[in-house]
Write a protein that binds this ligand. Structure first.
Ligand SMILES: Cc1cc2nc3c(=O)[nH]c(=O)nc-3n(C[C@H](O)[C@H](O)[C@H](O)COP(=O)(O)OP(=O)(O)OC[C@H]3O[C@@H](n4cnc5c(N)ncnc54)[C@H](O)[C@@H]3O)c2cc1C
Length: 460
């Protein structure tokens, strides 16, 4: 049912007329990754925690669904909104309030983008300890709420390990403020941890206290082609154990993914690499760039001599380095063949080759027209499996999911690695989630949000 004109007027009055966008305003705006993000015809953009608290108290009393949104880069449909609901956008909470370079902590509004925090931290020789392709748009509130991972998680953990404290507005308008800046704090149950990965279903994150990490030196980056996923895993282990440089990133892509990106961006010089089954992007750091490049080149030569790699290209300058990252981060396959399916899974690294091999076998016997594209954060055993075919297969998510997800628990992995459940993985959670855990998740939801106004229909 659409939101009544009276409710809309009251909510706009609470946040102020200059802090709301109506359906007409949203019509021409960019909804982000998911076109259904702007389904609700009203967006509130509160400027303060107090205004947001009053708006949530009103929604709670009137049973109006609230969908928090940050950068709208989420990949599981968690920010989708429907008619009758209200979007709460955190873009006005965009201040980095403090950065303590000695304690290596920052306090920032939920609407601060990852890139903005990284830029400010870099000026102090620090970094957020988390990095991902959507860095320019993804916000701290969204990163916390999805417990985002990305390419640095194998070194510094996911958002759960980066968060020291949170300020959260709860469904009833009360404010939980736990903006501590220490890692060691044992004061009973860490309630704020429940909001990390809650995907906006328990409350709205407004401010975040984060642990920062030391920024590494200068990078050297290589694209390395390997004959198999077993070889990629062995290479990952070798580079992680190397004593002469600090490993920054070890990212995986299948040759067909890399070839699609190279076609899209018109790069032909990497054709011998992209013809191989898998490529690994390796980025290492040393205090100066020349030393980093020399150490990486020496390691690559040793690996080539051992016969573990097929071919490699070392980035000669920043433009080439950016291009290598683009080959990993671009999703040209989805543009070339719209209507594919994405699965975001993780397996213990040692089991990854067997797992992906099994997926290939099951897909081929299920439907030989299906093609598998693999990208991922190799160090975490986290792969994004894109299943595609010559014809759009967008409606076949649930049919194909069991082929890729049902083996994971026995291997010690997860059917939902880093993008969250949102709407997309709800059925898989229902199918594979342990009944006791689902039961406690429902109880926790009811405790924080008895009227079910927070991000209705998501996750559970
Ligand atoms: C190119 C690209 C690359 C990506 N790479 C990665 C990757 O490597 N690793 C990874 O983990 N993810 C990745 N993602 C997914 C996405 O960037 C992350 O999920 C990110 O954390 C979402 O942040 P956001 O601000 O865009 O959140 P949104 O998309 O706006 O929201 C995501 C979810 O969080 C909730 N939410 C948002 N803000 C708040 C808040 N303040 N309080 C409560 N709930 C809130 C929403 O309701 C929704 O459920 C990628 C996305 C893209 C487009």
């Amino acid at each position: 049912m659409p939101l009544s004109a009276e409710h809309a007027a009251n909510l706009i009055a609470i946040v102020g007329p200059d802090s709301a966008r109506t359906a007409a305003d949203l019509a021409g705006a960019d909804p982000g990754v998911d076109p259904r993000n702007f389904g609700a015809g009203l967006m509130l953009r509160p400027r303060t925690t107090e205004a947001l608290a009053r708006a949530l108290a009103y929604c709670n009393a009137s049973r109006i669904g609230v969908v928090p949104q940050g950068g709208r880069t989420g990949l599981s449909g968690g920010a989708e909104s429907r008619d009758g609901e209200v979007i709460v956008a955190l873009d006005r909470f965009a201040q980095i309030e403090s950065l303590d370079a000695v304690s290596r902590t920052a306090i920032a509004g939920a609407g601060v983008t990852l890139a903005a925090l990284a830029g400010r931290a870099a000026a102090h020789g620090l970094a957020p300890g988390i990095d991902l392709g959507a860095r320019d748009s993804a916000t701290l509130g969204g990163l916390v709420s999805t417990n985002a991972g990305g390419n640095a998680a194998f070194r510094h953990g996911t958002m759960r390990e980066r968060v020291l404290g949170l300020e959260v507005v709860l469904a009833d308008g009360s404010v939980l403020s736990e903006l501590r800046r220490v890692r060691k704090r044992n004061e009973g149950l860490a309630i704020e941890q429940l909001f990390i990965g809650a995907e906006g279903t328990l409350g709205v994150v407004t401010r975040v206290a984060l642990a920062l990490v030391d920024r590494a030196g200068s990078p050297a980056t290589a694209l390395v082609a390997v004959p198999s996923l077993d070889a990629a895993v062995a290479l990952c282990d070798s580079v992680r154990r190397h004593p002469e440089f600090e490993l920054q990133a070890v990212e995986l892509m299948s040759g067909n993914h890399a070839a699609a990106v190279c076609r899209a961006i018109g790069t032909t010089e990497l054709a011998t690499l992209t013809a191989q089954p898998y490529l690994v992007l390796v980025e290492v750091c040393r205090p100066d760039a020349a030393a980093a490049a020399a150490a990486l080149a020496a390691w690559l030569e040793r690996e080539a001599a051992r016969g573990t790699i097929e071919d490699a290209a070392l980035a000669q300058n920043e433009t080439q380095r950016q291009r290598f990252w683009r080959i990993r981060e671009d999703w040209a396959v989805d543009r070339e063949r719209p209507g594919g399916l994405w699965y975001d899974v993780s397996a213990p690294l040692a089991a990854l080759p067997r797992y992906v091999g099994g997926c290939r076998t099951r897909l081929a016997s299920h439907d030989p027209a299906l093609e598998l594209f693999v990208i991922g954060h190799l160090g975490d055993g986290n792969v994004h499996l894109t299943v595609n075919a010559a014809r759009p297969i967008g409606g076949r998510y649930e049919e194909i999911a069991p082929l890729l997800t049902d083996e994971l628990a026995a291997l010690g992995g997860s059917f939902s690695a880093e993008h969250g459940i949102g709407l997309e993985k709800k059925a898989t959670l229902r199918r594979l989630g342990a009944p006791a855990r689902l039961d406690w998740m429902r109880r926790v939801k009811t405790l924080f949000d008895p009227n079910g106004i927070m991000n209705p229909g998501k996750v559970l």
